[in-house]
Design a protein around this ligand. Structure first.
Ligand code: PGA
Ligand code: ZN
Length: 430
C-alpha cells in the first residue's frame, strides 16, 4: 500500500506578493504531490480562518505559524498513513484541529495538506487528478466566467461592484470559449485605449479603468461584444459579482466608491429594495445571466427579495453567503435563497468538505461554480476539480496573469486529453 513518507510545508508568495503556504507530500514510492493555497481579499465572515503571523515581517501577513503547524503537528500524525485514503486523512486533520472554523491549525495549513495528498495519490496511480477524484465519467469542461473589469476591493477603479465577467455560452468547446473571451477582452482594451481610459489591470486580470458608473462599464462591455462580432446573450452573456457585503453599511447599499457621477440624480445610498430594483433594471437592459453576492451576507431578507424578483430568470450565486459550507447552504435551500453556489476550496478547508458541499448543491439543483481567489498561485487544482465532478462553470479570472491562465491552460490540456469524450455545456446556462 502506498503510504505518506514525508510532508514538508514552506512559505511562498501568491499573485499579490503575499505569503502563502505550499505543501509537499512525498510517498514511500518517492512520488511528490505539491499544492499551494489561495487567499481572498473580500472574504466572507464565516470562512474557515487562515492563520497569519501578525508580526512585523511581511507586515503581519507571514504564514510561518501555519507552516509550523503542517511540519510539526499534521505531518507526524499523517506519516505512514495510506495516501489514497483521502476521507480518512481529511478526518484525521480535522480532528487534530478540533475547531469549527479551523482557527487552531489554520485553513491554509489544512488545505495545503489535503490537496497535496490528493495530488500525490493521483500521481501514484499515474492518472490525471480529475480522473482520480471523479472517476471514469468525468468528461465535462466548465463554461468559464471570464473576468474583464475589476472593481470593488480588487482594483483602484471607482466602481463599487467587484467583478464584471463575460460568459461564452455560445461556444462549442472550451477551446472556443477561451478564443471568444480573448477576442472580447482585447476589443475592450482597444475601446478603452481609444477613449483615453487606463488599461491597467486589477487583481484578477480585468481592466481597472475609471468608469463613470456601473452602466458605463456595461455599455463598454456590450460595445466590445458587438465589435467582436458576437451576439450578446446568445453567444456571450454577462455575469456580475457585486460582492455586496463590501458596500452594505448601516442597512444601506452604499455605491459611494463612485468618484465621478454623471448626473446628480443617481442615488448613492440605496435601501435594499432600491438596490434590488437597480439590479433588476440592469438585467432588463443588459444581457446579464448571473449575479453573485447581489446582497450582503447577513441580509437574508434582501436575499429573499432578490431571489423572488430574479431567481426564476437569472443565476443568483451565493459566495460570502454560503462560504462553501454545508450548514449555510442547507439554510439557503430551506429558505429558498439564491439558486447557485460558488465553490472555493479554502473557504471550507479540505477536499472532503468541498465535495460534501458540491454534492448537497447538486442534490438540490443549485448550480455549482468552482472558483479561484483574488490572491492565487500557479496551482491549477481547481481546473481538475471542476472536471472531476462535471461542474458546468468555473470562475478563474481574466485571460491574462499566469495564476489565472494556469487554470485555463490545464482545462485546455484536459479537453485535449478527453478528445471526443469531452463535452462543453455552453448553452445550458440560458
Ligand atoms: P476574493 O473575491 O477572493 O477576494 O474573496 C473573490 C470573490 O468574491 O468571488
Ligand atoms: Zn464573490
Amino acid at each position: 500500500m502506498r503510504k505518506i513518507k514525508n510532508i514538508k510545508a514552506r512559505q511562498i508568495l501568491d499573485s499579490r506578493g503575499n505569503p502563502t503556504v505550499e505543501v509537499d507530500v512525498i510517498t514511500n514510492n518517492n512520488i511528490l504531490g505539491r499544492a499551494s493555497v489561495p487567499s481572498g481579499a473580500s472574504k466572507g465572515e464565516n470562512e474557515a480562518i487562515e492563520l497569519r503571523d501578525g508580526n512585523i515581517e511581511f507586515l503581519g501577513n507571514g504564514v510561518l505559524k501555519a507552516v509550523h503547524n503542517v511540519n510539526n503537528i499534521i505531518a507526524p500524525e499523517l506519516i505512514g498513513k495510506p495516501v489514497m485514503d483521502q476521507l480518512y486523512i481529511d478526518k484525521l486533520i480535522l480532528n487534530l484541529d478540533g475547531t469549527k472554523n479551523k482557527r487552531r491549525l489554520g485553513s491554509n495549513a489544512i488545505l495545503g495538506v489535503s490537496l497535496a495528498v490528493t495530488k500525490a495519490a493521483s500521481k501514484e496511480l499515474n492518472i490525471p487528478i480529475y480522473k482520480y477524484i471523479g472517476g471514469v465519467y468525468a468528461h465535462l469542461l466548465p463554461v468559464p466566467l471570464i473576468n474583464i473589469i475589476n472593481g470593488g476591493k480588487h482594483s483602484d477603479s471607482s466602481i463599487v461592484f467587484q467583478e464584471f465577467m463575460i460568459v461564452p455560452v455560445g461556444a462549442n468547446t472550451f477551446f472556443e470559449a477561451i478564443q471568444m473571451g480573448y477576442k472580447v477582452y482585447y476589443k475592450l482594451k482597444e475601446i478603452l485605449s481609444k477613449k483615453g481610459l487606463s488599461t491597467n489591470i486589477g487583481d484578477e486580470g480585468g481592466f481597472s479603468s475609471n468608469f463613470n458608473n456601473i452602466e458605463d462599464v456595461l455599455d463598454n462591455i456590450l460595445e466590445s461584444i458587438h465589435l467582436s462580432g458576437y451576439e450578446p446573450y446568445d453567444q456571450i452573456g454577462i455575469a456580475l459579482d457585486c460582492a455586496a457585503s463590501e458596500f452594505y453599511k448601516k442597512e444601506k447599499y452604499n455605491y459611494s466608491k463612485f468618484e465621478k457621477i454623471q448626473n446628480n440624480k443617481e442615488k448613492i445610498k440605496k435601501s435594499r429594495k432600491e438596490h434590488v430594483n437597480y439590479l433588476s433594471f440592469l438585467t432588463k437592459r443588459y444581457p446579464i445571466i448571473s449575479i453573485e453576492d447581489g446582497m450582503d451576507q447577513n441580509d437574508w431578507d434582501g436575499w429573499k427579495l432578490l431571489t423572488n424578483e430574479l431567481g426564476k430568470e437569472i443565476q443568483l450565486v451565493g459566495d460570502d453567503l454560503f462560504v462553501t459550507q454545508v450548514d449555510k447552504l442547507n439554510k439557503g435551500i430551506k429558505e429558498k435563497i439564491a439558486n447557485s453556489i460558488l465553490i472555493k476550496v479554502n473557504q471550507v478547508g479540505t477536499l472532503t468538505e468541498t465535495i460534501e458541499t458540491i454534492s448537497l448543491a447538486k442534490k438540490n439543483k443549485y448550480n455549482n461554480i468552482i472558483s479561484h481567489r483574488s490572491g492565487d498561485t500557479e496551482d491549477s487544482f481547481i481546473a481538475d476539480l471542476s472536471v472531476a465532478f462535471n461542474i458546468e462553470q468555473i470562475k478563474t479570472g481574466s485571460v491574462c496573469r499566469s495564476e489565472r491562465t494556469s487554470k485555463y491552460n490545464q482545462l485546455l490540456r484536459i479537453e485535449e486529453l478527453l478528445g471526443k469524450n469531452s463535452y462543453y455545456p455552453g448553452l445550458f446556462l440560458k
